[in-house]
Design a protein around this ligand. Structure first.
Ligand code: CU
Length: 181
């Protein structure tokens, strides 16, 4: 039973995990002379997304407080990264601030502020659907052709419709019902 529950959790958790990997500054990378407040515009950073900083040896990445971001203060970093290739997973919602601690670079624009939003609920627009499905937005009616499949029957697999997601969902529902009852 524990294995079934674990499988359930896995199934339920999987659809939400469409993380986006952002390369800071895109092809310019993490460098002086870029305006990262412009780069941020129009982007939504969600828990589970990643930031990739790519930079040369004269730069590094410090995560800092808002006041240190505002004032380009170095020396109080929350976390420091170097090595030219830093990938940071956005693990919790809220504001995050990054600067380059190399002297003068923050003042030359190497500062990045983002706001990370929670992964579920408050996303009014659904992002691009997984590959293969071209269903228009809106809730499709449940059940393909009017015959509701029994929740726990093994025959359910035989009546696979053209919608794998729907099948997976009904399997999950069936398993939940089987556990509860
Ligand atoms: Cu720098």
């Amino acid at each position: 039973m524990a294995a079934v529950a674990a499988f359930l959790i896995l199934l339920l958790a999987t659809p939400a995990a469409y993380a986006v990997d952002y390369t800071v500054g895109d092809s310019s990378g993490w460098t002086t002379g870029e305006d990262y407040s412009t780069w941020v515009q129009g982007k939504t950073f969600t828990v589970g997304d990643t930031l990739l900083f790519t930079y040369g040896g004269t730069h590094s990445v410090d995560e800092v407080s808002k006041s240190d971001y505002d004032n380009c203060n170095t020396g109080n970093s929350i976390k420091s990264y170097n090595g030219g290739d830093t990938k940071i997973t956005l693990s919790s919602p809220g504001a995050m601030y990054f600067i380059c601690p190399t002297f003068g670079h923050c003042g030359q624009g190497m500062k990045l502020a983002i706001n990370v939003v929670a992964s579920s609920d408050n996303s009014p627009t659904t992002p691009s659907p997984p590959s293969g499905s071209t269903t228009p937005s809106g809730t499709p009616p449940t059940g393909s052709s009017g015959t509701p499949s029994p929740p726990s029957g093994g025959n359910g697999a035989a009546s696979i419709g053209n919608n794998g997601l729907m099948l997976g969902f009904s399997l999950v529902l069936g398993a939940i019902l089987a556990i509860i009852s």
